[in-house]
Write a protein that binds this ligand. Structure first.
Ligand code: SF4
Length: 378
């Protein structure tokens, strides 16, 4: 268990907490946004939120691809799933996320649509090979981490001359979303969300590297620390942000040197560039339109683009009026500020995506809010 147990070591964990207490100046407040929902869950699961000094606050960001998928795109997938020619494949989380009017792919499945949960895009490819008489559509979501496998599947489908496989591409890009948050009126003008630095997701950075974050430290003067998902990783990352903030410096630092390099995985980046190009804009759930923040399939692979194959139009999204996911994703509100949190909206009866996704902030609060630390003992 090397590379896991040492990053859950209780002594190291407690020592880092002590260092944070010593170095976080009590005369100032620290607000750090963890962009990624995986970080949000780890922060709660390991009791970090409860153990940090009161003046060190973690602000939860929008980094969960399920949470930011607009309801219109889910409606699009549901409509496709109801087409009797189609087998609609996607990851498990995505099946339960409500589209407009609390419909979901899981409900569509209950109504007879052929919706299948897959663990990877290659599973969808295999389903296409096994069902040549059906149209197999992979509902692709995710940030830079899951994009290279989708690109590989498209290339494989082309090589194998698969005629019944296509991808409904909803891959998103991390840096434009961070830029959007920093430029939003709430952060820039109103001051309702203070952000003194960012924890960058290590899994995304294994692909894109540290370099893209250089822009933020130069343009917005906010430190960024790329950090892993284990408790010791997270506390180290927070300590590194505190140190930068104390010294008034803004740098990109890499806590996750064991997996992330400056330039990232160039081979994966080339694969992505070969198969995808930028959309001029994409409507993120809760964040609105963000220019050049998502990918679509290049014309060279048009035959595998479900939007073209099924002549899909730009979807319109209608969110549930009571749902506060938009404010939560921008860090303006906390899940418990939503009036229906834990009442009308629970993991069994989700109203918004933040309660469904395994990386959603509402789900983290619901499952882990009050629990104790679960750090592995030596
Ligand atoms: S509790 Fe439910 S409805 Fe409220 S913000 Fe969270 S997901 Fe949306």
């Amino acid at each position: 268990m090397k590379y896991v147990s040492e990053f859950r070591d209780k002594d190291r964990f407690n020592k880092l907490l002590q260092q944070i207490e010593q170095e976080a100046d009590p005369s100032r407040d620290y607000h750090f946004m963890e962009f990624c929902g995986g970080h949000t869950h780890a922060i709660f699961r390991y009791g970090i939120a409860q153990r940090l000094p009161k003046h060190v606050e973690m602000v939860h960001g929008p980094g969960c691809p399920v949470c930011v998928m607009p309801s219109g795109r889910i409606d699009q997938a549901i409509a496709l799933a109801h087409d009797p020619r189609v087998i609609l494949c996607s990851y498990g989380d995505m099946l339960r996320v409500p589209g407009s009017g609390r419909n979901s792919l899981l409900k569509a499945k209950g109504e007879g649509a052929d919706v299948r949960m897959v663990y990877s895009v290659m599973d969808a490819l295999a389903i296409a090979e096994q069902n040549p008489e059906r149209e197999v559509v992979f509902f692709a979501i995710g940030f830079e981490t899951t994009t290279p496998p989708t690109a590989l599947a498209i290339k494989t489908a082309q090589q194998r001359e698969l005629k019944n496989f296509s991808v409904l591409c909803n891959h998103l890009l991390t840096p434009p979303a961070i830029r959007h948050i920093l430029e939003s009126p709430e952060v820039r003008e109103l001051g309702t969300v203070s952000i003194d630095g960012f924890l960058g997701p290590s899994h995304v950075s294994t692909i894109i590297g540290c370099q893209p974050y250089q822009y933020f430290v130069e343009e917005y003067q906010k430190p960024v620390v790329v950090t892993g998902f284990e408790p010791v990783d997270l506390l180290q990352g927070i300590l590194m942000l505190i140190r930068q903030h104390n010294q008034g410096i803004f740098e990109v630092e890499n806590q996750y040197r064991r997996g992330v390099t400056e330039l990232g995985n160039v081979k994966a980046q080339m694969l992505m560039a070969e198969c995808f190009e930028m959309r001029t804009r994409f409507n993120w759930r809760g964040l609105g339109d963000i220019p050049y923040s998502a990918l679509r399939i290049r014309s060279e692979f048009a035959e595998f683009d479900a939007e073209l194959r099924f002549s899909l139009e730009e979807p319109v999204s209608r969110e549930h009026k009571a749902c506060q996911c938009g404010a939560i994703l921008r860090g303006v509100k906390k899940p418990k500020d939503c009036k229906i949190f834990g009442k009308a909206c629970t993991p069994e009866t989700p109203v918004g995506p933040c309660m469904v996704s395994s990386e959603g902030a509402c789900s983290a609060y619901y499952h882990f809010g009050p629990i104790e630390v679960q750090v592995v003992e030596k």
